[in-house]
Design a protein around this ligand. Sequence first.
Ligand SMILES: *[C@@H]1O[C@H](CO)[C@@H](O)[C@H](O)[C@H]1NC(C)=O
Length: 225
Amino acid sequence: MKAISTAIATLLALAHQCCANLDIITLNTKGDAWIQEARATLVLGKVPNPMAGDVALWSAIMMDKRDFLQGVTENALNSPYCNNLGSNWCNFAYTLVGSQVAKNGAPVSAAPGSRIKTHYKLNPDTNQWDQNLYVNDKLLSSISTSQGQHGVIFYVSIECAAGTCSPAPAHAWEDISITLNKADPSFKHTGAWQYKATGGEMSTPDNGKTWNFTTVHIPDTAITG
Ligand SMILES: *[C@@H]1O[C@H](CO)[C@@H](O)[C@H](O)[C@H]1NC(C)=O
């Protein structure tokens, strides 16, 4: 068990890179239940002021064989992904493959108020994970990776991925839903999520296979380690 937790700790350190990482939602599967599909819609708030470092907002699924699927939204001073970002956010499908190699879909900039939906699904035809990112319901960024892997942890997080970051302005996550491979009523989290987030109450229409969340509201949040 110790070796396993060390491996996971190492992976988290790599996946989350430098600086500071605040996990608002951390939701672990249990036993032989695993995540086969998830979606989450970020309603973009204002950009950080002043623009500094690299503020990233993401949902993600950690896989059992180390891949980390991450629908990323970021605002960085010199974004390596979006040119002339200005007061927009940069959005893209992203996967850390085996903690070493990153793959990403097309980066797309979007203004505050836009709705960024990431849909993650283990495609039964290809056995690959299709990760599709939609801006205001238009599919604009996608990748397929992680053949045969199973989701084990779902995250919603705020990260300072480089340098020193301004606080992450208030934002909301709508229509989060997670589908397990089989019903597990014990997947439900009760009580508040982290960092003064409100909402995010989980319910299931089918006794524990599909889980839907009420809107999660995250206030202005300083990002310090
Ligand atoms: C739960 O989420 C799924 C997937 O987004 C959606 O199709 C379904 O309508 C939702 N159910 C409820 C009760 O909101």
